[in-house]
Design a protein around this ligand. Structure first.
Ligand code: SF4
Length: 237
């Protein structure tokens, strides 16, 4: 089996509930989606990065893995594009007793379930309609897959949290609809966090909008947090 890696590096986690932790990022090549705020556009082509055998990729991971690393993130692109390879690499990390972490838009429940046994922490990212993730015709179908991934992660008792990127284009009524749907499907006790992440450098949301979005989530999940991408403030990748 082969895998295309775009890059591998150690940095400070700048997103989500584990911001500030020393993390090895394994960035997989390839993502077919079109979020307008995507900050990893160079890794979107399926033929970007470098191709390795699984053994070569595991060696690369071992070489780059520093002492005191808190977790290893599988990111992209979208790591579910190469789900079979990701499962193999994550298994290799788990054998070292280092937590594995999945960052994905969770667009396919079958691919998700294939990697899930090898993940300890799962960030479920719901895309808003105005993200341009996909066209409006395919949006509901993809959100349906993300919802199933959320349910599957919770059922498997993984450390699971939700992230939603918001921008000045985010519509409050659409956002509310999405939040209603999420909490109709899961119990608040079963997730470990809920992060609203403002876009950075492009169509940034106003503070008023952020507070309005926060107010939508709060009645369902009192520990909701607005967390910007902190790594951008310290110039980290
Ligand atoms: S799903 Fe992620 S990697 Fe793909 S276009 Fe959207 S932001 Fe970029």
């Amino acid at each position: 089996m082969k895998v295309r890696l775009f890059e591998i590096f150690t940095s400070v986690e700048g997103e989500g509930i584990l911001y500030g932790t020393k993390t090895l990022f394994v960035r997989l090549a390839g993502c077919p989606f079109t979020c307008f705020y995507c900050d990893t556009k160079e890794s979107l082509p399926l033929n970007s990065g470098t191709e390795y055998t699984i053994e070569e990729a595991n060696e690369l991971i071992d070489t780059n893995l520093q002492d005191q690393t808190y977790k290893v993130n599988f990111t992209g692109g979208d790591p579910l594009i190469q789900h079979e390879a990701v499962a193999q690499l994550a298994k290799h990390i788990q054998n070292k007793n280092i937590p594995t972490y999945l960052e994905s838009s969770c667009f396919d429940i079958d691919r998700f379930n294939h990697v899930l046994p090898f993940m300890d922490i799962v960030k479920i990212e719901f895309k808003t309609k105005d993200s341009d993730f996909v066209d409006s015709e395919h949006y509901e179908k993809l959100i349906g897959h993300t919802m199933k991934c959320l349910e599957s992660s919770v059922k498997s008792k993984k450390t699971t949290y939700i992230k939603i990127v918001v921008s000045s284009k985010t519509q409050l009524d659409e956002f509310k609809k999405l939040i209603d749907e999420i909490f109709n499907n899961i119990l608040k006790e079963n997730i470990n966090g809920f992060v609203i992440q403002p876009t950075y450098g492009i169509s940034e949301p106003s503070l008023d909008l952020l507070l309005n979005l926060y107010d939508v989530v709060f009645p369902y999940y009192i520990d909701v947090k607005v967390v910007p991408q902190l790594h951008k403030f310290i110039g980290a990748p």
